[in-house]
Design a binder for this molecule. Structure first.
Ligand code: ADQ
Length: 479
């Protein structure tokens, strides 16, 4: 193994979680040493209930490039208690990050799988490192998993890994889950390496997707490309194995969001936020990673036009957009940030007054308590992606509305719309409809809002992330 083995070491783990990123990130301290911080939310909280610290290892990249022989690279990952289980770093150099992560993963697969909203680039010099780095992960995992162990591979950066791993270790139970949408044939077949990707995924015993639509896209593409048979939800791999293909809609730690929303400090902070914003009649909220798939522009346009037409009054309406910085080295994301900030600046210049500031924009991550206060303070949450695997923000908002009030305006192209069908659903491409539905949601009566929110809450509370991970692992054990 070339990676760094921390914890029990060679071929001793019963569960191996593999993701592009480790559940911790490194921060350089002024004295040159490194501090590791647990990455909040996301996959870590999703898997927390199934991570047995003794017998689980998490394999991934640290987030900091490591050049050969570079002694200033992050260290200290082996100190006890850094992660939720043992951690194993797969090193990536700066060139690897550029070609594998920013290149093939985020400039080819990400846009292609999100309806080609941005144009995917197909570069052979990105594909070769994608193959090599998947091989590197396969080598590392093969050296860590115990005989007959379960390996759970996550997301689009590692689609070749299941088959590569099967070739090295046929004894393993291999599960794969894709966090982003799986596109229909019309888009997927553009990919010059489409056969390799499908073969890579079929190396798993169980392939999971966010929605039934994604699972069905994969089944039909696999059958068509590899001339393989379909048997109900299963696909027969080229080597004759039956691969189970199913939807497992990911969720959140619903009880934690519910509990945080009920905490007295959250209630207090929520009313403080409203007061700081001038106690508006309507408070609308958007919370996203800054990504072109999230449709942040859809909301700004809708709000701007609603202010311009007089349908909403900038004197008593406030829209707050909170965006987390994301993929700042990828050109498309730099362009997006500039574009969003230009739109927001214009909207504020046109509709703000000396006394009223109807639009607020924060470009930073918030801590969970502050986020909970925003979720509680809002009257309406705007979740308008052009395409999204699931969208956890929608579920977090629902879990936080403990009084069963508040409106959720949700894109029908978010995976979450399959479960949250009582949201105010919109087509983000239909600007007139978005505006109409925003006004309708703001004018909805308390009993309509309660009916919608209580049914969405029942869904999110009953289908939490512990249930998600357990049902995936149970099905994998039976696959
Ligand atoms: P993402 O595209 O990152 O995830 P999402 O599911 O919405 O999208 O998750 C974002 C997470 O980041 C949420 O937990 C949210 O609270 C947090 N977040 C966003 N902005 C924040 C801010 N300013 N401060 C603090 N936290 C913030 C990918 C897929 C999704 C899929 C998830 C999980 O693109 O479709 O739902 O993986 O599978």
């Amino acid at each position: 193994m070339t990676g760094r083995a921390y914890g029990r070491g060679v071929n001793s783990y019963d569960l191996v979680v593999v993701a592009n990123r480790l559940p911790v990130s490194a921060e350089r301290l002024p004295d040159g040493s490194w501090a590791w911080r647990r990455s909040p939310g996301g996959l870590v909280s999703a898997l927390d209930p199934v991570l047995e610290p003794e017998s689980t290892v998490w394999v991934g990249w640290s987030g900091v490039p490591r050049e050969d022989g570079d002694s200033s690279a992050p260290s200290g990952l082996d100190a006890p208690g850094i992660g939720p289980c043992a951690l194993h770093e797969v090193p990536l150099t700066g060139a690897d990050v550029e070609a594998f992560y920013e290149g093939f993963s985020n400039s080819t697969l990400w846009p292609l799988y999100h309806d080609a909203i941005a144009t995917p680039v197909y570069h052979r010099h990105h594909w070769t490192p994608y193959v090599e780095i998947n091989q590197r992960f396969a080598r590392e995992v093969a050296g860590l998993a115990a005989e007959g162990a379960t390996v759970w591979v996550h997301d689009y950066q590692l689609q070749l890994l299941p088959q590569m791993l099967r070739e090295r270790r046929p004894d393993l139970k291999i599960g794969y889950f894709l966090h982003i949408p799986f596109p229909p044939a019309e888009l997927f077949l553009q990919l010059p390496w489409r056969g390799e990707i499908v073969t890579g995924l079929l190396g798993a015993d169980l392939v999971g997707f966010q929605t039934p639509g994604g699972a069905e896209n994969f089944r039909s593409i696999a059958a068509r490309l590899l001339d393989s048979e379909r048997n109900g939800p299963d696909v027969v791999a080229p080597d004759g194995r039956t691969v189970h293909v199913e939807a497992y809609p990911i969720s959140i730690d619903s009880a934690a969001y519910d509990g945080r929303a009920r905490a007295p400090r959250t209630i207090e902070r929520a009313s403080e936020l409203r007061a700081e914003l001038g106690n508006p009649k309507h408070l609308l909220l958007g919370v996203d990673r800054l990504d072109y798939t999230k449709g942040i522009d859809v909301r700004i346009k809708a709000m701007t036009e609603l202010f311009a037409s007089g349908a909403l009054d900038p004197e008593d309406t406030v829209f707050v957009q909170i965006a987390t910085p994301s993929r700042e080295n990828v050109e498309e994301y730099q362009r997006l940030r500039a574009e969003i900030e230009l739109m927001l600046g214009r909207a504020l210049a046109d509709h703000g007054t000396i006394s009223a500031r109807p639009i607020h924009y924060l470009y930073r991550p918030l801590d969970p308590d502050e986020l909970a206060a925003f979720y509680r303070a809002a009257d309406l949450m705007l979740v308008t992606p052009y395409r999204d695997g699931m969208n956890l923000v929608a579920k977090e908002y629902v879990a936080s509305r403990v009084d069963e009030d508040g409106a959720l305006v949700l894109s029908e192209f978010a995976g979450a719309a399959v479960e949250l069908e009582d949201a105010f659903l919109v087509n983000p491409y239909d600007a007139e409809q978005v505006k109409r539905v925003v006004v309708e949601a703001l004018e909805a009566g308390p009993s309509d809002l309660r009916r919608r929110m209580s049914s969405m809450r029942a869904q999110v509370i009953n289908h939490d992330v512990a249930r998600w991970s357990q049902s995936f692992l149970d099905d994998l054990a039976n696959a």
